[in-house]
Design a protein. Structure first.
Length: 272
């Protein structure tokens, strides 16, 4: 969803691949300058070079869990492109383990990247917005797992649930300054990493699709469209909200419903 050129500045963490890459590309299409903040510097630079054919794009190596790195990210953004108007906290990592098999270091890394990282990035960008009187927007990419437990996904679910609460607290604190903060909870999205069998098996994806009323996986561009909406004037009175972009996955347990009339075998007199 391209809403016309805005000429503003956006920071997208984890912007070198998948959902983050699609979000960065959509900002560039709108005429915004974009910083791709990612640990994979080589890939981030490749994406930035591609996007620079149509707009200003800068790659900055960033570990979002490192306070000094985040401070430097915001400083470089301000000096090279201008102060950020938008921040998308998208960076994330995979961990698929039972709780009893999860090492403390693995648990901590999930929390560091997917909760502490958004805290640090939001804090530093918000400080910069407040200094410059910017009425901007922050969007946190959470997950349907923030509202639903998942086997072998405790650390992921816990960090994303925490990020939902961080979103709401930020919205309450920053609202008086005209800064809106929202979250997007994607369902399963068809990205390059998710296509790898060792990340998510074909059998799991097939079972997952059966639970989606719209009958398919999501596309990265569909999450990017939702981000553009929440950053636009069309969402000017929306803050503290978590938008589920999941094909209807969280609407209910589709596999338990079927097409059967629940009262089909009960005599009419007993239905009331």
């Amino acid at each position: 969803m391209t809403t016309g050129s805005t000429g503003r500045v956006a920071i997208v963490t984890g912007g070198a691949t998948g959902i983050g890459k699609a979000i960065a590309a959509e900002y560039v299409k709108r005429g915004d300058a974009v910083v791709i903040a990612d640990l994979n510097t080589g890939l981030a630079e490749q994406v930035a070079e591609t996007l620079n054919s149509t707009g200003r794009c800068l790659a900055i190596e960033t570990d979002v869990s490192d306070e000094a790195a985040v401070v430097e990210l915001v400083r470089r953004t301000r000096e090279e492109l201008g102060s950020a108007d938008y921040l998308v906290n998208n960076a994330g990592i995979h961990l698929h383990k039972l709780i009893v098999d999860t090492e403390l270091s693995e648990w901590q890394r999930q929390i560091d990247v997917q909760l502490t990282g958004p805290f640090l990035c939001s804090r530093e960008v918000a400080r910069d917005m407040l200094r410059h009187g910017t009425r901007g927007a922050i969007v946190n990419i959470v997950s349907v797992a923030a509202r639903m437990g998942r086997v072998k996904g405790a650390a992921h679910s816990a960090s994303k649930a925490g990020l939902v609460m961080l979103t709401q607290a930020l919205a309450m604190e920053l609202g008086e300054h005209g800064i809106r903060v929202n979250a997007i909870a994607p369902g399963l999205i068809d990205t390059e990493s998710q296509r790898a069998e060792e990340v998510i098996s074909t059998a799991y994806k097939q079972a997952y699709i059966k639970e989606i009323p719209l009958g398919r996986l999501g596309e990265p561009s569909e999450i990017a469209d939702a981000v553009m909406f929440l950053c636009s004037d069309q969402a000017r009175w929306i803050s503290g909200h978590t938008l589920f972009v999941d094909g209807g996955f969280m609407a209910g347990n589709l596999s338990l419903q079927g097409n059967q009339d629940l009262f089909a075998e009960i005599p009419m007199a007993q239905k009331h």
